[in-house]
Design a protein around this ligand. Structure first.
Ligand SMILES: NC(=O)c1ccc[n+]([C@@H]2O[C@H](COP(=O)([O-])OP(=O)(O)OC[C@H]3O[C@@H](n4cnc5c(N)ncnc54)[C@H](OP(=O)(O)O)[C@@H]3O)[C@@H](O)[C@H]2O)c1
Length: 240
């Protein structure tokens, strides 16, 4: 399986890259932005991986990646990267330009990469899209996260259309919505907040990147009959 993972050298993306690369039948291209030394470490550890620098804010990087989607003859696309910082402000205090800029930085590149992948998938009548969303689109959204959660909800909606429009071409689009995990993305959270999150979890523990990467592996191996679903990983703090 030829797999493209965005943001595959750090945090959850790294766990996904390493999990899928541990199966010798997979060839993996993963993108990275700042994590260049981690990218080289992964390549050294797994000869079936290649890291490509792709900063979503660079038109040149993005064009290079789009070309590669065809050259690499991708079978599975994992939309994992999140290219902007988490905005933590109440909705009425966020400048409208922040919504526009962050949409351009996160959603538009994801749309363009997915469009290119679908063109390739349709030619060979096979493909899998796996989107990393967030449990915050189902659970009560944390205060101040409106901009982030709205972006994930937008992708959740796109994922359903991708699933419906392409199912007759043997192409699936499924999503995974993880709850809070310890990564660079959440490293600014203070200890007390993290403790509160742990206490609210019925299992009294945080979700791990390894558990989420197991779910990516599940979708990779699953029947194409499984299409258009959103796998919620929140230990049922809220039932969708
Ligand atoms: N952590 C959580 O609690 C949590 C919960 C639910 C969902 N998620 C989702 O899980 C995914 C991975 O997040 P994470 O927790 O692993 O955080 P992370 O370590 O901060 O991952 C963000 C990823 O996006 C990449 N990235 C950052 N800026 C970029 C840019 N300008 N262009 C292209 N790629 C860029 C990073 O690459 P470099 O490291 O190379 O810069 C990194 O691989 C995200 O979609 C996030 O929304 C996270």
């Amino acid at each position: 399986m030829n797999i493209l993972i965005t943001g595959g050298a750090s945090g959850l993306g790294k766990a996904i890259t390493c999990k899928l690369a541990s199966l010798a039948e997979n060839n993996i291209v993963f993108t990275y932005n700042k994590s260049d030394s981690a990218a080289r470490d992964i390549e050294n550890l797994f000869p079936n991986t290649k890291g490509i620098h792709c900063d979503f804010s660079s038109a040149v990087d993005l064009e290079n990646l789009l070309r590669l989607v065809l050259e690499f003859n991708v079978d599975t696309l994992v939309n994992n990267a999140y290219a902007t910082d988490l905005v933590t402000k109440h909705f009425h205090k966020i400048l409208p330009s922040v919504f526009v800029d962050n949409f351009a930085l996160n959603i538009i590149p994801t749309i363009r990469i997915t469009q290119e992948a679908i063109v390739n998938f349709r030619k060979k009548k096979f493909g899998k899209i796996i989107n990393i969303l967030s449990s915050a689109i189902v659970d009560a959204p944390p205060l101040g996260w409106s901009e982030y959660v709205a972006q994930k909800a937008y992708l959740a909606s796109l994922s359903k259309s991708w699933a419906v429009e392409n199912s007759s071409f043997n192409i699936t689009s499924n999503s995974i919505s993880p709850s809070f995990m310890m990564t660079d993305f959440t490293s600014d959270f203070d200890e007390r907040t993290v403790e509160e999150i742990v206490n609210k979890n019925p299992l009294k523990k945080l979700l791990t990147v390894d558990e989420v990467s197991e779910c990516v592996l599940f979708f990779l191996k699953s029947s194409q009959q499984i299409n258009g679903i959103n796998m919620l990983l929140n230990a049922a703090t809220h039932v969708a």
